[in-house]
Ligand binder design. Structure first.
Ligand code: MEV
Length: 316
């Protein structure tokens, strides 16, 4: 049984979404695929002979069980995006596995179910996921994603909710998810080549924010406001305003402490090459950056200005 799911970029609102602010996410045309075979035990084969960490296998077994699988299996993974590179590889893998296990049990897998099952893997890898990554990987297009339950009386919640705590069952999503209807647009996705776990930025930020909420909360709230401005600019095909939102968001993410020298360097190069706006995407600390472009020609030129990048035409 074969199944696949797209990778993703967060256009705006990463990290802030963990505290109840809205985020904008877009699916990539590049995907993660799984082929499922019968096997005596549970086995996950990652590309290029990469070892499978115990915790990842544990998340995969949870997805299998939740999908109704009672037999052993071998799941072989192929990926068009770098694993751990900030482009949603773990969420895409979770969604692809959910689809493969459900199809193998003879039933379809609706986006809501794929998203819920994929959270088993997100939870072991991310520590405190908002759920935005599996939501976009399961739905495709561009979405506005929000978890209002993570806001406590207008103040961002400092801890993962019980629903996302280790060991608990994963209930139906509490997210508000709306597709964004906008004209297609051009993005450049630039890779730093630094793999990192989302935990390595989400959990330290949680601690920093808990000790200095007066410093961090206004930054998180401004990111939420920028997300809505960016959504409106995309709908109006206003590339200059999208770019301004990206630039301000990157500065805010730097202040939150989730950027790094490699990301700042890539963003600086994209800006110097004329990008209307550029920012880190996803958890930060490595991974990838994105730039908005006016058209395909500019996107291709921007991609040539950094060591490792590809161009995406995003179709909401
Ligand atoms: C990662 O793609 C997005 C973060 O906001 C984490 C999350 O929402 O789960 C950094």
């Amino acid at each position: 049984m074969n199944a696949a799911a797209p990778g993703k970029v967060i256009l705006l609102g990463e990290h802030a979404v963990v505290y109840g602010q809205p985020a904008l996410a877009a699916a990539l045309t590049r995907s993660v695929g799984v082929s499922l075979e019968e096997g005596p035990a549970a086995r996950l084969v990652l590309p290029d002979g990469m070892p499978t960490p115990e915790e990842i296998l544990d998340g995969v077994v949870r997805i299998a069980r939740a999908a109704g699988r009672r037999r052993g299996f071998v799941a072989r993974v192929r990926s068009e995006i770098p694993l751990g590179g900030g482009l949603g590889s773990s969420a895409a893998l979770g969604v692809a596995l959910a689809r493969a296990f459900c199809l193998d049990e003879g039933r379809a897998c609706a986006p809501e179910e794929a998203e819920r099952l994929a959270l088993h893997l997100e939870r072991v890898l991310h520590g405190a996921p908002s759920g935005v990554d599996p939501a976009i990987c399961a739905r495709g297009g561009v979405i506005l994603f929000e978890r209002p339950d993570l806001l406590t009386q207008g103040v961002p919640h400092p801890r993962p909710t019980a629903s996302l705590a280790e060991g608990s069952d994963i209930p139906a999503s509490r997210a508000r998810i709306a597709p964004v209807r906008a004209p297609p647009f051009w993005l450049v996705v630039a890779l730093t080549g630094l793999a990192r776990g989302t935990r390595t930025t989400v959990l330290p930020l949680r601690d920093r924010r808990a000790s200095e909420p007066r410093l961090y909360d206004p930054l998180l709230q401004r990111l939420g406001a920028l997300t809505l401005l960016c959504r409106d600019a995309l709908v109006q095909a206003d590339v200059a305003s999208v770019g301004a939102c990206f630039d301000e968001a990157h500065a805010l993410l730097q202040q939150l402490g989730v950027s790094c020298a490699e990301l700042d360097d890539v963003v600086g190069k994209l800006k110097a090459a004329g990008a209307p706006g550029a920012k880190l995407t996803g958890a930060g600390g490595g991974g990838a950056a994105i730039a908005i472009a006016r058209d395909e020609a500019q996107a291709l030129a921007l991609a040539r200005s950094v060591p490792d990048a590809f161009v995406e035409r995003v179709v909401p």
